[in-house]
Write a protein that binds this ligand. Structure first.
Ligand SMILES: [Zn+2]
Length: 218
C-alpha cells in the first residue's frame, strides 16, 4: 500500500508539473516517467496470476483472457490515436525485447516485425516495401545479444533439432542484402528518401549500436 501511495503521489506531481509547465516535449517526457512508474509497480509482481507459483496452461490462459478483457475495457474508455508509421522496426521475438522501450515511445509511429532471429523472408521483404510505400522513411533492422536463434545455429545438437530455424539464421545477412537490393528500396535509399539501418541491440538495456559483424549473439 505504501508503494501504491508513493506511486499515486508521483503521478499527481508529474501530472501537475506537465499541466503547469506545458509544452509537447515535456508532456511526452512526463508520459514516459509515468509509464516507468507503472513498470516499477508491475515488475516486482512475480506470480503470473498473482497467486500460484507454478502455473499450468489452463490457468495461464484464463488469466490472459481476464487481463485482455480488462485492458480492452480501458482502451474502449480511453481510445488511443492512430498515427501513420514513419519507422519500421524489425526485431527478434525474444521476450526481453520491448519495442516501446526500444523506441522510448508508446505512440503509434512504428510498424513492428517480430521475427525469429530477425530473419526476413520474401513476404516480410514485400511487407516492408509496402510499409515504405505507405510512408515509412526509416527501417531499423536489429539483431540482439544472447539470441536463442543464433545460439541454436551454433549448437550441433540444436542444428539437428531445428533445421529450418538454423537455415534461416544462416541466410540472415543474405536476406537483408536482398531487401536492400529491391529496386524500390534501392531507388528510395539512393534518392535520400529512405534510411535503412542494421543495429545491434544490447538485450539487457535495449540500447542500439551500429551492427558489427559477429557482435550480436554474444
Ligand atoms: Zn533472438
Amino acid at each position: 500500500m505504501k508503494r501504491l501511495g508513493i506511486a499515486v503521489l508521483a503521478v499527481a506531481a508529474v501530472a501537475a508539473g506537465a499541466w503547469v509547465l506545458g509544452g509537447d516535449k515535456l508532456q511526452f517526457a512526463m508520459g514516459g516517467a509515468l509509464i516507468n512508474v507503472g513498470y516499477r509497480l508491475q515488475d516486482p509482481v512475480a506470480n503470473f496470476d498473482f497467486v500460484h507459483e507454478h502455473m499450468e496452461p489452463k490457468l495461464i490462459w484464463e488469466e490472459f483472457l481476464q487481463q485482455n478483457h480488462m485492458a480492452a475495457e480501458v482502451r474502449q474508455k480511453w481510445p488511443r490515436t492512430s498515427r501513420h508509421p514513419v519507422i519500421a522496426l524489425v526485431t527478434c521475438m525474444d521476450g526481453r525485447l520491448d519495442t516501446n522501450e526500444i523506441a522510448g515511445d508508446t505512440r503509434r509511429y512504428y510498424y513492428v516485425l517480430r521475427l525469429a532471429g530477425s530473419v526476413l523472408s520474401e513476404k516480410e521483404e514485400e511487407m516492408l516495401e509496402l510499409a515504405v510505400n505507405n510512408g515509412v522513411e526509416v527501417v531499423v533492422f536489429t539483431t540482439h545479444t544472447d539470441c536463442a536463434a543464433e545460439k541454436a545455429a551454433k549448437n550441433p545438437a540444436q542444428r539437428a533439432l531445428y533445421p529450418n530455424l538454423v537455415k534461416a539464421v544462416d541466410e540472415r545477412e543474405h536476406r537483408f542484402q536482398e531487401f536492400l537490393e529491391r529496386p524500390t528500396i534501392r531507388a528510395k535509399t539512393g534518392e535520400g528518401h529512405l534510411l535503412v539501418k542494421w543495429m545491434d541491440l544490447d538485450t539487457s538495456t535495449e540500447r542500439v549500436a551500429p551492427h558489427e559483424q559477429g557482435a550480436a549473439g554474444r
